[in-house]
Design a protein around this ligand. Sequence first.
Ligand code: SAH
Length: 671
Amino acid sequence: MRTFCGRANPTTGAMEWLEEDESYDYHQEIARSRYADMLHDKDRNVKYYQGIRAAVIRVKERGEKAIVLDIGTGTGLLSMMAASAGADFCYAVEVFKPMANAAVKIVEKNGFSDKIKVINKHSTEVTVGPDGDMQCRANILVTELFDTELIGEGALPTYEHAHKHLVQEGCEAVPHRATVYVQLVESRRMWSWNKLFPVRVEAEDGEKIIVSPSEMENCPGVPSVCDIQLNQMPSSDFTILSDVVTMFSVDFSKPVISASTCYRVQLETIKSGKAQIVLSWWDIDMDPSGKINCTMAPYWVKPTSALQWRDHWMQCVYFLPKEEPVFQGEKVYLTACRDEYSLWYKLQKAREEENKADGRVESPVCRCQAHLLWNRPRFGELNDQNRTCQYIKSLMKVLKTDSVCLCISDGSLLPVLAHYLGAKQFLKANHLEDKIKILEARPESVTSSHLEDNKISVLLGEPFFTTSLLPWHNLYFWYARTAVTMHLASDVTVLPQSASLHVMIVEFQDLWRIRSPCGTCEGFDVRTMDDMIKNSLNFRESKEAEPHPLWEYPCKSLSDPQEVLTFDFRRTVPEHCLSAEGSLNLLRKGKSHGAVLWMEYHLTADISVNTGLTQITNDKGNCEWNPHCKQAVYFFSSVIDSETPTDIPSAVTYAINFNPKTGEIIMDFKL
Ligand code: SAH
C-alpha cells in the first residue's frame, strides 16, 4: 500500500506529494481528524442516544429483534449506544481502516464484542446472507454521515444503497429526518468574498478606480460551499431580507433518491435590499415525532444559551449567481439544486418564473478564472481597502517614474497599483496590456530577455501564494527573490523589505476541543481514540502548527505578543538556520491551550501589514484577528491552568527554528 501526503514546500512555492511508507498509518489524517470534536459534541451525542433508545423501544414493541446497521461507525460510539439500549445485534461499518481497528478495540474494552461486529468496508461493499458480512437485513439504521452542507460526505448515495440492499422495508432510522433551512441576506462583508469591488487609488494626477472586468462581474462563481462559524459573524455585518424558510427535507426511514434534483420555495422579502447571499443550515430529528432535535441554527434564530459549539458542523454561505434588488413584501422564488454531493442556489423574481416551466438550474461554472485563482478569504483580502491603502502608500514612497518593477505573488493587484502610481513598466479590463507584462516563468528561470534587458529597480510581493498553508509559507517570496538576484539593480528596493514572525500564548473559548482528549463519552470509554490521536500527533515527534482562521475561533491572550524572528528580504536567504529562544510571561489567569503564530510584512521602514493579531479588545484579553488570513496554532500537549493556586507557572519558554533548506519552522514550547 502506498500513501501520498500533500504538503506545501515554501522553498519552491509548490504543493508536493510525499510518499509515506507502511509505518505511516494515516497519522496526519488522524491527528487532524474531527473525531475528537464529535466526541466533545455533547448535544449531538445526547440526542443520538435518545433517538437510538427510542428506536430500539419502537422495534421491540413490535415484537421484533432489534438489528442495527451503523454506517460510518468511527469509534463505534453509536453502536455501543444501541447495544446499551438493548439492541440484539449491531453491524458497525467503517471504511477507514485505522478507525475500524480502533472501533474493534473500543468495542472490546467496553464489553460489547458479542453484540457488535465491526466491518471494515465501505457500506456499498457490504454483503447480506448466511455467508455475508451481515446475517440478515437490519431494522434500525443509524448513521452520522453529514457534513456542514449535509450531503457533502455522500450521505445520499449511501442511504440510497442501504435502503436497497442492507435494511428492511419500514426500518427505523436515527436520525429520522434532516431539514435544510435558508435565509436570504444582504452582506457587503460576505459578498466581498465573491466579487472584486472597485479599488480606489489616489495617484498624484487624481483618483483612479480599478474595476473588475465584466466577465468577472457577471461570473456565477464556483459551486463549492463556503462553510463558516456563522455565530462569529456580528449581526451588524449583514441585513436579513427574509424569514427563515424550510428548503427541503429528507426522510431517512424511507428509500432515498440521490439523483440530482431541484427544490423551490416562495419567499416574501421582509426588507428591501440587495439579495446576495443565502445563509443555510440544517437540523436533524432523531425520532419521527420531532421531539429530539439537533440543530445548527445560528444565534439569531435560537437562544445563545442553547448553542452547542462544534467545528464538524457549521453553517453554509451560498453566493447567488448575481445580486438582485428586492423590495419589502415582494414575492420571490428561491431554487436549490443539488447533485449527489453539493447544493447551489438561484433566486427568481415571480414574473420571470411564470415563463419557466421547470426550474432546473445548472451548477455554476466560473467563467472569469478569478474564482479558480482566488478562494473566498483571498477575495476578502483583495477587497480590504485599508490593506490596499498600505500598499499604495508604500508604493508611492518607493516608485519613481523610471522604476522597473517585478512583482512576485499569485493573482496580485500590485502590478496594476504600481502602474497607476507611475511605474514605467510593469490586464485587460484596465487597458494595461502594454504596460504590464505577465512573465510565464518561474523566478529561477527568469532571463534578461524576459525583462527586455532591464534591471529590476523595485521588487514587489504582497507576498501571497496560493499554495501557502501556514503563515510562513509565503516566505517563498524570499526564495524567489534569491532566485532573481542577478536581475536586480544594485540599488534595488524590495517591498516588503522584511517580515517578522510573532507568537502569543492563548486560551481558546472552544477550539481546544478539537485536540483535547475525551476520556469517556456518554459513559463509554473512548481513551483508545485519545491515545490514537496523541500517538499520531507525536508521530516522528512532529512539532507542527496547524492553520486556523482565528476570527472564527474566539480566544484570549495570556501573554503579550512577541516578535521572535525576522526575515530580511533585502538580503538573500541565508545558509544557516534562524533560531529564537526565549520566554513568554503569562499575564492573565487562564488555560494555556497553545501558541498562535503569524507574520507581519514590513513594506517599508514604517508601513506594515499584519496577517495576525489586529488588537486586544479589552482587559480580559479578547483578541481580534485579521479576518482574511489563517494563523498558525500550535496546541500544547498538556494544558496549564493558571487558575489553580498551586504551581502557577509564570512563563512559557520557546525554541523556534527556521530551516532555510526546507523553509519550515519547527517549534517547541515548555510550560
Ligand atoms: N459514527 C461515529 C463517527 C462519525 S464520522 C460518531 O458518530 O461518532 C463518519 C465516519 O463514517 C467516518 O469515520 C467515515 O470514514 C465513515 N464513512 C463515511 N461513509 C461511509 C460508508 N459509506 N461506509 C462506511 N464508512 C463510511
